[in-house]
Design a protein around this ligand. Structure first.
Ligand code: DAH
Length: 342
């Protein structure tokens, strides 16, 4: 009887499915019972020989068997998956007391730190930041800055020129930005201009053919040397701490009159004299002065009405003072053991 066959099939299938030990074994059983050439199909094939009364009854039983087989297979699949997870969790141990992986966090380069501090100090005094090109005309770098033809500063041994006529160069100072700014702006002017500069210098502890400067320029009615001293003292105290002392020494620059150099009292020895200041008690920091009337006039600013001060400071030099770095080359080598200290 076909009904008995269906009942017997369920009995054996139920036992086998429950005993299946792996997903592969389970799949084999599914094919054997429910596949196209499987046992259920074989039973359905016999239905053609049944009477019209019997056929729906057997059909219903066969459908019921299919559902029971599918449910049993699915139930066993879930059990096997859970068991696999449990044994995996037991096998793979996780030591939550191990130290975590640290993500290395970068730092600012000492030159960037000093640049940003200096910018913040001058922005606090109402300055804005101007930029100029690194490839510059001799006219901006020399002529308009009151440097006469034949002046030693123009020497090919010091400056990188692009052409035989010495017309275009890699700027050796940020001072030409003064000219560019005064050509395009009218007083009151209060700007700083940081950037790269180039000189034909051999690399050593205090020289590099590429370094950085910050130029400063103020032009207005009634600007005096007192304003220059006030601005630079504010900068030095901001960088080296309240009470840091400056010294203004007479000097010469073609584009300022009078000109000076500014020293800061040695932070290492407090002025007594030591290795860092080479026994001087003072460390040279920058060049400055009152903008020469020829420079103002050349940019279309009347020196009878306006006056101004200017300064130029090396960022490397400031960073070396600030962080007690004795060799400039360290700033360019990108050795993380060095850079990570700041
Ligand atoms: N440009 C000069 C240099 O590179 C520094 C300097 C001195 C800039 C005096 C100035 C200044 O603006 O007034 O040595």
């Amino acid at each position: 009887m076909i009904k008995d066959e269906i009942a017997a099939l369920w009995d054996s299938a139920k036992t086998e499915i429950t005993a299946a030990a792996s997903p592969e074994a389970l799949e084999t059983l599914r094919v054997r019972y429910l596949g196209k050439k499987g046992e259920l199909t074989a039973i359905l094939k016999q239905m053609g020989g049944l009477s019209a009364d019997e056929r729906p009854v057997v059909g219903a039983l066969a459908n019921e068997l299919r559902e029971k087989l599918e449910t049993a297979l699915e139930a066993r699949r879930e059990v096997l998956a859970r068991e696999a997870l449990i044994s995996r969790l037991a096998a793979e141990t996780l030591d939550v007391t191990l130290p975590g992986k640290t993500v290395p966090i970068g730092k600012r380069h000492p030159l960037t730190t000093v640049l940003e501090e200096t910018e913040a100090i001058f922005i606090g005094m109402g300055f804005t930041i101007a930029e100029g090109p690194e490839i510059e005309y001799s006219v901006h770098n020399f002529d308009r800055l009151n440097v006469p033809a034949g002046h030693p500063a123009r020497d090919r041994q010091d400056t990188f020129y692009f052409d035989d006529d010495d017309r275009i160069l890699l700027r050796p100072q940020t001072s030409p930005v003064q000219v560019r700014y005064m050509e395009t702006h009218r007083p009151p002017i209060r700007v700083i201009s940081p950037g790269r500069v180039y000189r034909k210098d051999e690399v050593d502890a205090t020289h590099s053919p590429l370094f950085h400067q910050i130029e400063g320029l103020v032009v207005d009615k009634g600007i005096t040397m007192g304003d220059l001293k006030g601005a630079l003292n504010t900068m030095v105290e901001g960088l080296y701490g309240a009470g840091a002392k400056t010294r203004f020494r007479p000097h010469h620059f073609p584009f300022t009159e009078p000109s000076c150099e500014v020293d800061v009292q040695c932070f290492e020895c407090g002025g007594a004299g030591c290795r860092v200041c080479k026994g001087e008690g003072w460390i040279e920091l920058l060049g400055a002065g009152m903008v020469h009337p020829n420079v103002l006039a050349g940019c279309g600013i009347d020196p009878a009405v306006y006056s101004g001060f200017a300064f130029g400071v090396g960022i490397e030099r400031m960073a070396m003072r600030r962080f007690h770095i004795s060799d400039m080359r360290l700033l360019y080598e990108n050795d993380l053991r060095f850079l990570a200290q700041f």
